[in-house]
Ligand binder design. Structure first.
Ligand SMILES: [Zn+2]
Length: 332
């Protein structure tokens, strides 16, 4: 009924506009018709989104949207895990540019407070791009110890889960949308999809990879005219290689629990396949839920002396893993 009302309204307005301005100025007429169509469409979608029918659709999928939003929050949490890798406090210092001749050295002061940027000579900058991990450890005080290695393994484990979670969450949301698509007017489904997603109660999914830490070597010449930069982005591929690099330097402590393994992407897959893509707590598997996010968990946490070994790793769904984490915090 609202579509009929819309067409009648648009038709009338367009005719009135055409009669008034059409002969005199075709540009104004086109603009006015466009404007009227736009306003009419906005009114139409407002009417639809506040209708009883839409409220019922929203209510019918509430359980799924809540689930998606919880997963979304969890993914955002996974992305933040690298924040505590570096806990050095170097103290406060102030740099003043006292040079004569009014040199413009804006570049100098730009990133001075950022602990992920190292200002260095041109040759260090160049060498850092040739041997990124070596320079990363040296200039950003990343000690090649078993403790550091474990921290980076946790980061990789969480980042890998976040990356996979983003894809699964989007698939899940798309399949929910497809289910309700029959009850949504085609016009709205295709032209106002983002608004529809928002009105149904889905929180926006951040698909960017901005959360990967980027370590920067930066050279700026004394006059500020010449400069170069080397960025080392710790994305999944680089983290995988960095962990292998650290492990070659670190000598593992002797452990009676079992052979120390490296929590790389391939080990994650191996454990999931061993556990039949099934959560070891609730028995939910990817066969039951296609878009289920599975994570790799240390049975005895690293913080309680557990190590990364196949015996000490298990597959858990993200919900059970999160609950386990909460239980451990409460117990300690
Ligand atoms: Zn589970």
């Amino acid at each position: 009924m609202s579509v009929v009302f819309l067409l009648l309204f648009v038709g009338t307005m367009a005719t009135v506009a055409g009669t008034l301005f059409g002969l005199a100025n075709p540009i104004i007429t086109t603009f006015l018709i466009g404007l009227v169509l736009f306003i009419a469409y906005q009114i139409y979608i407002q009417i639809f989104f506040s209708s009883e029918k839409f409220k019922n659709i929203k209510e019918s999928i509430k359980e799924y949207t809540t689930n998606c939003n919880e997963l979304n929050d969890h993914i955002e949490w996974l992305k933040c895990t690298h924040a505590d890798i570096r806990s050095f406090d170097y103290g406060e210092g102030h740099l003043y540019d006292n040079s004569n001749f009014n040199f413009q050295r804006k570049e100098w002061s730009k990133n001075i407070k950022n602990h992920l940027v190292h200002n260095c000579s041109a040759s260090v900058c160049k060498n850092a791009s040739d041997q990124p991990f070596k320079y990363l450890c040296k200039y950003f005080d990343i000690k090649a110890s078993e403790e550091t290695l474990s921290s980076f393994e946790i980061v990789l484990n969480n980042f890998a889960a976040a990356e996979q979670g983003k894809v699964l969450l989007q698939n899940e949301r798309d399949s929910i949308l497809l289910d309700v698509s029959k009850s949504i007017p085609t016009l709205i489904f295709f032209f106002s999809k983002n608004k529809l997603i928002q009105k149904l109660g889905f929180e926006p999914i951040d698909l960017s990879d901005l959360y990967f830490p980027v370590f920067t070597f930066q050279y700026v010449s004394a006059g500020g005219n010449s400069s170069s930069k080397c960025d080392i982005k710790l994305n999944i591929t680089n983290l995988d290689s960095f962990i292998k690099y650290l492990s070659e330097i670190v000598k593992f402590r002797k452990s009676v629990v079992g052979q120390r393994a490296l929590m790389t992407s391939s080990l994650r897959e191996k454990i999931k396949s061993r556990d039949n893509y099934t959560c070891q707590y609730c028995n939910l598997s990817t066969r039951d839920e296609q878009n289920l996010l599975l994570e790799i968990d240390h049975i005895i946490p690293l913080s309680k002396g557990g190590i990364t070994s196949e015996d000490n790793l298990q597959t858990l769904c993200w919900k059970c893993n999160r609950t386990k984490g909460a239980r451990i915090v409460l117990a300690s």
